[in-house]
Structures are given as structure tokens and as C-alpha cells.
Design a protein around this ligand. Sequence first.
Ligand SMILES: Cc1cc2nc3c(=O)[nH]c(=O)nc-3n(C[C@H](O)[C@H](O)[C@H](O)COP(=O)(O)O)c2cc1C
Length: 203
Amino acid sequence: MSDHWLPLHVADCDPDPFVQFRTWFDEAEPEMNEREAVALVTATLDGHPSARMVLLRHVGNDSFGWFTNYESRKGHDLEANHHAALLWYCESLGRQIRIEGTVAKMSDAQSDAYFSSRARGHQIGAHASHQSEPLVSRQEIEDRVRELEARFEGVEVPRPEYWGGYLLTPTFFEFWQHREDRLHDRVFYTSDHHAWSRERHSP
Ligand SMILES: Cc1cc2nc3c(=O)[nH]c(=O)nc-3n(C[C@H](O)[C@H](O)[C@H](O)COP(=O)(O)O)c2cc1C
């Protein structure tokens, strides 16, 4: 950890939180091995939260995206409750970003395009894994992979209908910068009918 942390002033933050996100994300590139890893928090309709890591595969001008199994635990949560949060942390720069918003499935065309770009082993894996379901043994999934390799030999592996992307459209961002003596800088962005406002909050 560095002794000197870059200050984060509201006036220096870009009015557009997506631009501010990209600035921090770009600055983290040389610092991190897996900069795209974020915690995704979902909740059931009756408020039971759960968190897991996913890889950010889309950083757009109005949304963030990742890919997964729609029938997984997170998939079931998002089907019932489209509110979710993402959390990103870069230890060496002392930075945390919180993002909250609503989630929708990507279009089939977007999911197809990403699926077809994946390594064949990953494509077969998506067919083989009933993500989040009980598995009797490792052998069971390895046998399934062998069967699928035989079934798809010589042909393109199609995207399973239960596998694809999600897009989170944010309504809230927090940019948190570590500072000395726990007097951290925190800048919140909130959206009101697509116009973003930003203000400093206490550490
Ligand atoms: C660094 C990291 C990245 C991951 N990326 C993904 C991902 O992009 N998509 C995914 O479905 N699971 C990913 N996983 C696995 C998930 O954390 C999780 O185990 C899985 O999606 C099942 O979660 P669920 O049962 O809560 O739905 C990742 C795990 C780690 C540690």
C-alpha cells in the first residue's frame, strides 16, 4: 500500500460516472492481474442477499455486462428481483467502486456473439455445467464433457439457451479513494431521469 493517495475532489470527477469509471479502470490496468473481477450482489424477492465474483465483459456508456448461466442462483434471483449491485476494488490504488442498478438479459445476438468468441472448451463447459445444481461427483461432469465433445465433433458448439449475458443499468455509483487517517474521499453519483448529480459524502 502506498503512503500517498491521490485525492478525489468532486470538481475533478467527470460529470459522467461511466467516464469516471473508465478513468479508474484504465489506471488500474497495470496494477491488477484480474481487473475485470467484480463482486455481483443479488437478492431474492424476500430480501435474502448473495454475492459472488463475475468477470465484467462489457463496460459501456450506460451499462455493465457479464455472462453466466441464467438458471444459476444469481439467475433465479435476477429473474425475480432485477435490483443488483456490483463492487470493484483495486488494492494498490486504494480504490473501491460501488454500482447499483437494475438488470436485464442481453439480446440473443449479443450473447451469441460473445459465446462464439469463447474457447471451445469453455463452450462445451457451458453445456456440461448445470451451474449451482448439486453434482454427485467430479466424474459426472467430466463424463458429460466427453459425451458433448463427441456430440459436437466437427460442428460449431451452439450457445445453450440457458446461458448468456446480463446488463446492469446503474442508478447509483460511489467512487471511494483511500486517504490517510481513514479520512477517505467518497463521491456519490445519483441519477435523476438520466441526469447525474454528484456529491461528497463522509468517510
Ligand atoms: C474471479 C472470478 C470470476 C468469475 N467469473 C464468473 C463469470 O463471469 N460468470 C459466472 O457465471 N461465474 C463466474 N465465477 C464463478 C461465480 O463466482 C459463481 O461461483 C458462479 O457463477 C455460481 O454463482 P451462483 O450459484 O451464485 O449463481 C467467477 C469466480 C471468480 C472467483
